[in-house]
Each structure stands twice: as C-alpha cells, then as structure tokens.
Design a protein around this ligand. Structure first.
Ligand code: GLP
Length: 255
C-alpha cells in the first residue's frame, strides 16, 4: 500500500486525477471503476479540466460504477447515474454505451446483480477502481458485517449511512433503504485500487481501516490484503497517523 499525503482537498483531488490520467494514458481502453459521494467531485472536476485542455481522451475508456440506489430512476437527481453524468460523463468524450451502472429500477434484484457481475467479467475486469471511504468504513455500499466473499448484491442501508446521505435528500425518509453494490470480492478483483479520503472526521476510520485488524466490521480493512492499493488523503484525514512507528510497516507513506 502506498499512502500519498496531500495538502488539502484540492491537492488530494489533483493527485487522484493524476493517477487516473496516468491509467488512461497507459491503457486508453482501460476499464475504470468509478465512485460517487462528495469526495470524488474534485477529482472529476480536475479530469474534466484536463480533458478540455486536450490532455485526456476518454473515447476508448469503459466505466463501471460501484453502486446505485435501488428504486431511483436515472432521471432522479439523487441517483448515482445522474451524479456521474453531471460530474463526468456529460463533460468528457466517453461513449454513452461504454458507461455502466447497476440499474436501480431493475425489478429482479438477483438477476440484475448477476448481469452486472457478468458484465464486469466480460470487460476483463476493472483496471483501476476508485473508492471513497464511508464514516463506518464502508466501501461502495458494503456495510460493516458484509461478507468479504460477496459479489454484486443488493443491500439494506444502515441507519448511519442513511443519516450520512440524507443531506442530499429532502429528508431521511426520502433516502432509499436499499442499494445495489459491487461486493468486496468484486472490488478486490480490481487490478489497482485508488482510495481517496479527506477531512478530520474520517481520520479515525482511515487509521482503523488501513492499520487496524482486517475484519468485516470495517469493510475497507480488506484492502490491506490487496497488492496494489494507493491511498491519497489530505493532511486532515491522515492526521492520526503521525506516530508512524506504531503501525504495520507494509505501508509506504509519501509526503
Ligand atoms: C456513499 C457511497 C460510497 C462513498 C461514501 C462516502 O455511501 N455509496 O461509495 O464512498 O458514501 O461518501 P462521501 O465521499 O460523501 O463521504
């Protein structure tokens, strides 16, 4: 695991965008696993800026998103489909047919999960998976307690996640109670994983996830067992890691 320390959110976004750009430059037809949430917004903004400058070309890129709320139409401005179009897809030259998310309106959940998993497989897997970190250590919508061996599945969201995500909705009651998410197994099969995190409020969970025991109680902790993980965090989120000697040594910490 390599941990890059960024000055602040803007610097984190720039560093993360640089890593994604490098992936696209090295393999123009790569499969990007993309994420939503507030953390990646700056990263997408930076990618869009570089695209407009002519430095990036998404024409051969395929994307698969991590997760989607169940029961929201694509046109709902809180759906992850809407988010991705608003922040990235509509602003760069990615082909609409190369963009993939779980279908939140699929009636048969099991069938939809199977379709999504098979799609990822048929694309040859994910080259670079971008991940944010939930306050309870969730990745995608894999909540604490989720079995590590799960592939794409439908989950019941925890109260904590509903609470955290209600800021985007009129009220907590409007937050969907279920979502489709790539499972931990799907995520772990990505060739490379890029985790971005920012802010003091996630400092404790970041420390637990990357330096605590590997346990389903902290879903992100499984990433310690992946052999190609890059973490880009700002100073605030990495602030609990100052006494580096306390921690396991397989992390390469770069300032
Ligand atoms: C949501 C998403 C996650 C995301 C997390 C953190 O629940 N399903 O993929 O990483 O929230 O979001 P934020 O970046 O807004 O803190």
């Amino acid at each position: 695991m390599i941990i890059y320390e960024a000055k602040d959110y803007k610097d984190m976004s720039r560093k993360a965008a640089n890593i994604i750009s490098a992936q696209i430059i090295m393999k123009p037809n790569c499969v990007l696993g993309l994420a939503t949430g507030s953390t990646p917004i700056g990263t997408y903004e930076q990618l869009v800026e570089w695209y407009h400058k002519g430095d990036l070309d998404f024409s051969k890129v395929t994307s698969v998103n991590l997760d989607e709320y169940r029961g929201l139409e694509k046109s709902n401005d809180q759906s992850y489909d809407y988010f991705m179009h608003e922040h990235l897809f509509d602003k760069v030259n990615i082909h609409p047919e190369n963009v993939n998310l779980p279908d939140g309106m699929a009636e048969d959940a099991e069938k939809e999960c199977k379709r999504y998993e098979e799609l990822i497989r048929s694309l040859g897997g994910v080259d670079l998976q971008l991940l944010g970190l939930g306050h309870n250590g969730h990745i995608g919508f894999n909540e604490p307690g989720a079995a590590f061996e799960k592939e794409t599945h439908c989950v019941n969201l925890t109260e904590r996640t509903i609470e955290a995500n209600k800021r985007f909705f009129a009220s907590a009651d409007d937050v969907p109670k279920q979502a489709f998410t790539m499972g931990i197994k799907t995520i772990m099969q990505a060739k490379k994983i890029l985790v971005i995190a920012s802010g003091e409020d996630k400092a404790e969970i970041l420390k637990e996830a990357f330096f605590g025991p590997v346990t389903p109680a902290v879903p992100a902790s499984i990433l310690q067992l992946h052999n190609n993980v890059i973490v880009v965090g700002d100073q605030a989120v990495l602030s609990k890691l100052t006494n580096k000697d306390e921690y396991v040594t397989n992390a390469d910490y770069r300032k």
